[in-house]
Design a protein around this ligand. Structure first.
Ligand SMILES: Cc1cc2nc3c(=O)[nH]c(=O)nc-3n(C[C@H](O)[C@H](O)[C@H](O)COP(=O)(O)OP(=O)(O)OC[C@H]3O[C@@H](n4cnc5c(N)ncnc54)[C@H](O)[C@@H]3O)c2cc1C
Length: 342
């Protein structure tokens, strides 16, 4: 179905960055729609249920709206509530549960093709596009035997289902450390396996001593410089410096990171700089990509370096883009469109 509306700006992704971009474009006087494959702030919604942000509330603020929290660092529920309030306050037009599959057309007259949860198609038209699709939808798979078993997860939500179970956590960064600690604190028998010689130096300063002490005390078993060779229904086999080790196992959390949807960007015509961690080509001043009229925002701007841009700094991308939109859109007369087919 073709929507009647013709938007000045269509933002793909309603995460913190996409919302910030929508607010800045709206404040600049443009007619904006934000489209998300899931719910508002879909990635944050899928974070561990009890997670606490690493950032103090004011660094997560968008649209100059204060984020007050009784806690030094807010939790996931507070952040979700804050972003809902922001969307409400600015009366943002957010189309949820519509996956953007493809884009046709050119600068000034794009058609965006979406599919909803029931496989129905919708076509939306816009003069400019902002892509703020994040990186949390695509896990970095290990490519090992058994990774496709139902007991292997790439996202950690909550500890209760794993009480008394043998759980292997793969990874050596924040997500793995936080999941291992949470699981152990709620009665799971946890083993951590990491290919590095020690936990990653970027683990937050209040988490690192906690996990290190749990390992030192033997409360969480850990294998370093070790990799997982195979996963079966009842066991895992690790390759360790002391040789092969097979452990009884009920569940595996492979928390080895995520990556942006590079093929989606390429389908839009956005070039990736293969010499520079697959950073999409864009003007650093305006964030307009090599495709005129398509802007990039948030974590995707840093390509594979997904720990370089987060909410704290990605939230300012909207301002750069709005400045560019202001100078370009106001010069570009709206296109006269033919009658709409439904
Ligand atoms: C456990 C954890 C803790 C973190 N803690 C912090 C912290 O304390 N401070 C901080 O600054 N950062 C933190 N981060 C990082 C931060 O959450 C991300 O960098 C941030 O979410 C990026 O924002 P974004 O809007 O660019 O992307 P996202 O929040 O990932 O939003 C992208 C949106 O695009 C949608 N989307 C994707 N593809 C499509 C499509 N084809 N069609 C329609 N919609 C699509 C997704 O559903 C999603 O809602 C944390 C990350 C994790 C995993």
């Amino acid at each position: 179905m073709m929507s009647d509306a013709f938007y000045d700006v269509l933002v793909i992704g309603a995460g913190p960055t996409g919302l910030a971009c929508a607010i800045d474009a709206q404040r600049a006087g443009f007619n904006v729609v934000c489209v998300d494959k899931g719910c508002l702030c879909n990635s944050l919604f899928h974070y561990p249920s009890n997670m606490t942000f690493f950032t103090t509330p004011e660094l997560l603020e968008i649209g100059s709206m204060p984020f007050s929290s009784p806690n030094q660092k807010p939790n996931r529920n507070e952040a979700l509530e804050y972003y809902r309030k922001v969307a409400e306050h600015y009366q943002l037009n957010v189309l949820q549960y519509h996956t953007v599959e493809a884009v046709q057309g050119r600068d000034g007259e794009f058609t965006v093709h979406t599919t909803d949860r029931f496989g129905r198609n919708l076509h939306l038209r816009a003069r400019k596009l902002i892509v703020a699709t994040g990186y949390y939808d695509l896990p970095n798979y290990l490519g090992i035997q058994g990774e496709d078993l139902a007991k292997v997860e790439h996202y950690y939500h909550e500890p209760h289902p794993y009480f008394g179970m043998n759980v292997l956590v793969i990874g050596g960064k924040n997500s793995a450390a936080i999941a291992a600690l949470d699981l152990w604190r709620h009665g799971a028998k946890v083993t951590l396996v990491h290919r590095g010689a020690e936990l990653h130096r970027h683990i937050k300063y209040w988490i690192k001593p906690d996990i290190e002490n749990r390992i030192k005390n033997g409360e969480i078993d850990a294998f370093f410089e070790a990799t997982v060779q195979t996963i079966t229904e009842d066991s895992v086999t690790l390759r360790t410096p002391r040789g092969e080790v097979t452990l009884a196992n009920d569940f595996v959390f492979a928390l080895t990171g995520y990556h942006p949807d590079f093929s989606f960007l390429e389908r839009l015509g956005v070039r990736l700089d293969e010499e520079n961690d697959r950073c999409p080509v864009c003007d650093p001043g305006s964030l307009e990509s090599n495709v005129p009229g398509i802007y990039l925002a948030g974590v995707i701007v840093a390509g594979e370096r997904t720990n370089e841009i987060f909410i704290e700094n990605g939230r300012f991308h909207g301002k750069l883009i709005a400045d560019s939109l202001r100078s370009k859109l106001l010069l570009q007369p709206p296109i006269e469109l033919p009658a709409v087919s439904v």
